[in-house]
Design a protein around this ligand. Structure first.
Ligand code: SAM
Length: 288
């Protein structure tokens, strides 16, 4: 197996194929072999798993996943990488490469078609310019047992944040609605070529089989969350009145009281079950 993280191997390989990194495609390739190996080990991928990899690049994580998983499907946007991947991962017969934009794929259909009888997981060193849309698609697909990804460290902290902390955001609530996050380890910028300007971190999101709260209307719940954080320095009643104009200021205050909260409560301090209580009050009021 070619050690693609060794820059003395990687650089001539890229040069041989006239490959230049595309910033627009978020191409920062790993040059520290401990990183893809640790991601694969910590992801929990084994021979009972079918794993979707996003953005194999020249294949360092792909190799590590192919060594452990029953099947690997790797989705790559940049077809210039085809002859290089042929050399670096062509030896694996449990690998399929799909040349496409991951955001254009029907993920539940792909998982059903490719991973029958296997535990589906996703694993990737993500292209950072589309971290949120990819993570949203992976979680909303509701077909992966776990999603293990490398992202910017500040994004990882936001995903795992607790209510009331500076990092707690609408994206935190979105991710934790679908999954339980665990921060795994940091990856310094010098582990990549070219070096990104930020520190990275690996995070696992174990998706919830059952959601431990009762939410009567998901759309209302997420609208509430978005409107709460759109005005995070203000009282929740302001965000609520602007996100749900049909309630008006008085209605917003009534909803908050009916859900059992003080009038000056702030959205940034609310946990998911607390948001759920307020969302359910909004729905009740609509139905009354
Ligand atoms: N896995 C490799 C590694 O760790 O060295 C490369 C990771 S690099 C950060 C991100 C990869 O995602 C690149 O290979 C890039 O071409 C690919 N990519 C970017 N946008 C994509 C998209 N929309 N769909 C699929 N792959 C994409």
């Amino acid at each position: 197996m070619i050690n693609v993280c060794d820059i003395n191997i990687m650089k001539p390989l890229l040069a041989e194929h006239g490959f230049h990194f595309s910033k627009a495609k978020g191409q920062n390739f790993l040059i520290a072999p401990w990183v893809p190996e640790s991601i694969a080990v910590k992801s929990g991928v084994d021979e009972t798993v079918g794993v979707l990899e996003i953005g194999p690049g020249i294949g360092p994580l792909t190799q590590q996943l192919c060594l452990r998983a029953k099947k690997v499907c790797a989705v790559e946007l940049d077809e210039r990488l085809e002859p290089i991947l042929e050399k670096t991962v062509g030896e694996f017969d449990n690998l399929e490469i799909i040349w496409n934009d991951v955001l254009k794929l029907d993920l539940p259909a792909l998982v059903a078609g490719e991973f029958e009888g296997l535990r589906p997981m996703a694993c990737a060193n993500l292209p950072y310019y589309i971290t949120s849309p990819i993570l949203s698609a992976l979680l909303e697909a509701e077909c992966f047992e776990a999603v293990t990804v490398m992202v910017q460290k500040e994004v990882a902290q936001r995903i795992a944040a607790k209510p009331g902390s500076a990092d707690y955001s609408a994206f935190t609530v979105f991710c934790q609605y679908y999954a339980e996050p665990e921060l795994l380890f940091d990856v310094p910028a010098h582990c990549f070529l070219p070096q990104p300007k930020v520190t990275s971190a690996v995070i696992t999101l174990r998706t919830r089989k059952e959601k431990p709260w009762d939410i009567s209307d998901e759309k209302v719940f997420f609208r509430l969350v978005r409107s709460s954080f759109a005005m995070r320095r203000k009282k929740l009643s302001n965000g609520l009145a602007s996100g749900f104009p049909e309630l008006g200021k008085a209605g917003a205050a009534e909803v908050i009281a009916a859900a059992g909260f003080a009038p000056n409560i702030r959205g940034e301090n609310l946990s998911i079950p607390e948001f759920a209580r307020i969302a359910n009050e909004i729905v009740k009021r609509r139905e009354a």
